[in-house]
Write a protein that binds this ligand. Structure first.
Ligand code: 13P
Ligand code: SF4
Length: 311
């Protein structure tokens, strides 16, 4: 079966839109109506006029789309597409953490379950984390969760009083500093781009630190022609499409048996699963009304502050 042609037909018949994260495989990015980072995808989910949103990404992203567009049907092609970072922060433990650190504003990265968002004052993504923290009054004490690397990155950039939850992403913590240094030697003039979820030694040698969208923008505007990319390798598809004359090299993980770092959760989604999901309108994201209304407040607070970032 020509899945791509069938997906196009189903999209038109059902007034459906496909939103894909930059960590999806190239074939999925190419059939999506919109490809973006976590912030841009949540902005799109909030503004689309389609009746069905098929999310080619992971569960917390599809849940965020459902929270922002509760009247729409939100589909996720594989319900096992989770996130090790979101899993590193469970709601009962986080409630205890908040109780142990009273009087602090709770800022959470969007990579969390809906339950964690319900416990948050404001959400952020890696595109706007600094802007969100700086929007809070000076002197306000903050809890940041769940990513310890992004949390420490924000703490160092803003100098704010932040207590950081000890969570991490298994993909971004796996980059090998030694392998990146070796690649730098082999590729003189190559710049290192790193996601803020990377560990400190990788962030320290990076020429640029930013979200997936920010890395793409930087490599497009920048004058170098070679980049070592320390984030999930899916983004390289867009980088090469946008900059066909430049060379993009995936940063290798510590486990040298595989050449680049892929998120096993993101890669659960396939073109065939997207076809089945659209055809059957399953699996569908379902969230109770009170979860949606409580989790929406901190996300909307972020979207109001971030109106001027991304399309
Ligand atoms: P961004 O798309 O915000 O850069 O996030 C990366 C990520 O890890 C999403 O899971
Ligand atoms: Fe989660 Fe890391 Fe995968 Fe992003 S790359 S979805 S943070 S496990």
């Amino acid at each position: 079966m020509d899945f791509i042609r069938e997906i196009e037909k189903l999209k038109a018949e059902k007034n459906a839109v496909i939103l894909a994260h930059y960590y999806q495989t190239g074939d999925i990015q190419d059939i999506a109506d919109f490809v973006g980072d976590s912030l841009a995808l949540s902005q799109k989910a909030a503004s689309t006029s389609a009746g069905i949103i098929l999310f080619a990404g992971v569960k917390f992203m599809a849940e965020t789309a459902k929270i922002l567009s509760p009247q729409k049907k939100v589909l996720l092609p594989d319900m096992d597409a989770g996130c090790s970072l979101a899993d590193s922060c469970n709601a009962d433990d986080f409630k205890r953490f908040i109780a142990q650190n009273p009087g602090r504003t709770v800022v959470t990265y969007v990579n969390t379950s809906a339950e964690i968002k319900m416990l948050s004052d404001i959400v952020c993504t890696s595109s706007n984390a600094i802007q969100i923290v700086e929007s809070l009054p000076a002197g306000e004490k903050i809890i940041f969760a769940p990513d310890r690397n992004l949390g420490n990155f924000i703490l160092n950039k803003t100098g704010r009083d932040i207590v950081v939850w000890n969570g991490a992403c298994h993909v971004h913590e796996e980059f090998s500093l030694e392998a990146i240094l070796r690649l730098q030697k082999e590729n003189p003039g190559a710049k290192v781009l790193a996601h803020p979820e990377c560990e400190l030694p990788v962030r320290m040698i990076a020429d640029f630190i930013g979200s997936t969208a920010a890395m793409l923008q930087y490599s497009t505007a920048d004058g170098a022609n070679r980049y070592i990319v320390a984030t999930e390798a899916g983004i390289i598809h867009q980088m090469r499409k946008t900059n066909p004359r430049k060379v993009f090299i995936p940063a290798p993980p510590k486990d040298s048996t595989c050449g680049c770092s892929e998120c096993n959760f993101m890669k659960l989604v396939t073109v065939e699963k997207i076809y089945n999901c659209l055809a059957n309108e399953l699996p569908e994201i379902k969230l109770a009304g009170d979860i949606i209304s409580k989790a929406r407040k901190p996300i909307n607070r972020m979207l109001d502050i971030s109106k001027n970032i991304n399309p």
